[in-house]
Structure formats: C-alpha cells, structure tokens
Design a protein around this ligand. Structure first.
Ligand SMILES: CC(C)(COP(=O)(O)OP(=O)(O)OC[C@H]1O[C@@H](n2cnc3c(N)ncnc32)[C@H](O)[C@@H]1OP(=O)(O)O)[C@@H](O)C(=O)NCCC(=O)NCCS
Length: 170
C-alpha cells in the first residue's frame, strides 16, 4: 500500500552541549551528520516498516554554524521509494532559544535500503506525493538517484536518461 511523505515525517530536536562542539564552540559537523542519520533512518523505517541501512549520503554544505546552547532541529521525510531503496530529505535549522532566532543550517538527501529478516534488501512501499513540494521532491529524486548510482559505480552514465535530458534541455 502506498504511503504519503507525511506518514514518514520525523522532527528531532537536540540541545548542543559542550561535548558536541569544536574548539570554536560550534556544533561539530560529524555530530550533526550522526543525528541526521538517525532522524533519516527513523523516517525510512516509518515508511518501510522494516529495519534500514544507510546506502549513501549526498553532498553536504553547512551554511551557518550552530552555537553551543542552541537547539538543533532536524526534519526528515521520505521523498520517493524506488524498489528496496528510499530517498530521505532533511532540513536542518538551529534555534537560539534566548534570542528567539531561527537560522538555516543545511538540507541534505540520504538514501536507505530496507532489509528483510535475512539482512537482504526488501521492497519498500510506494510513495504517493500529496503537495506541490512533495511532487517536486519526488520528480527530482529520480535524477538524484542516477547521480548517486553513477558516482557509486552502480550505473553507467549512458543509462541515466532523465539526467541526460536535463543537460540536453538547453
Ligand atoms: C546498501 C546495500 C544494502 C546495497 O546492497 P547490494 O547488495 O549492493 O544490493 P543492490 O545492488 O541490489 O542494491 C539494493 C538497493 O540499494 C541501492 N543502492 C546501492 N548502492 C547505492 C548507492 N551508492 N547509493 C544509493 N543507492 C544505492 C540500489 O539502487 C538498490 O535500490 P533499489 O532496489 O531501490 O533499486 C549494501 O551495499 C550494504 O549493506 N551496505 C552497507 C550499509 C551500511 O552498513 N551502512 C552504514 C554505514 S557503515
């Protein structure tokens, strides 16, 4: 049965404590990626009703540092399910709870594979986009999948028809 992106929505909030920071008093990128991996895995598990493993993480750029004592909010939801793999979109922002100020940290795409009892890839439910934003993410997911499979050595560039069409549009 198909599921909606909203069915897999996860919002995770963490408080940045001294042990999470670098020498500048900002949240370490590695700690943030760890929290993002957990939030995204929860979303993928909600979608697939199965345990999942991280197959790949797309490029990550950190726009603004998240300060010691601030909150970090990570929103994750599945954008598209292929066969056994699912793309999860993450939106991350910081919040200074004293100054009541919210700021963007980054956005990212993680890919997860659902596994069966034997630890083998297992088909995940289809995803049915609802909103305009859902549809935009759903459509782009096919091209992003082609990029990551080419980079992972799992697809020949010549087979990535939708990606190629994007460059041929002029
Ligand atoms: C990810 C993993 C399950 C893929 O298994 P595999 O035996 O290569 O299986 P397949 O080639 O049949 O691929 C299974 C799915 O993974 C997808 N996949 C494989 N490599 C991928 C990559 N680099 N990026 C995105 N998706 C990938 C495939 O497209 C396929 O998806 P689909 O069924 O929706 O088409 C396997 O490589 C694995 O277990 N990796 C380690 C995962 C892990 O431990 N992660 C934590 C970090 S250490």
């Amino acid at each position: 049965m198909a599921k909606k992106p909203a069915d897999s929505l996860v919002i995770m909030t963490e408080l940045v404590l001294p042990n999470d920071t670098n020498v500048f008093g900002n949240l370490m990128g590695g700690r943030l990626m760890y929290w993002m991996d957990i939030a995204a895995a929860l979303a993928a598990q909600k979608h697939s009703n199965a345990p999942v493993v991280t197959a790949s993480v797309d490029n990550l750029s950190f726009m603004n540092s998240i300060k010691l004592g601030n909150a970090v909010h990570i929103e994750a939801r599945v954008t598209r399910a292929f066969n056994t793999s699912m793309e999860v979109y993450l939106n991350v922002w910081g919040e200074d709870l004293v100054a009541q100020n919210k700021y963007q940290s980054n956005t990212a795409y993680y890919t997860f594979v659902a596994l069966d009892e034997a630890g083998k890839p297992k088909a995940a439910a289809d995803l049915k986009p609802e909103t305009e934003e859902d549809m935009e993410l759903f459509n782009g997911a096919l091209r992003r999948r082609q990029v990551r499979l080419i980079l992972g050595g799992k697809m020949k560039p010549g087979d990535a028809k939708e990606l190629k069409a994007l460059f041929e549009k002029g």
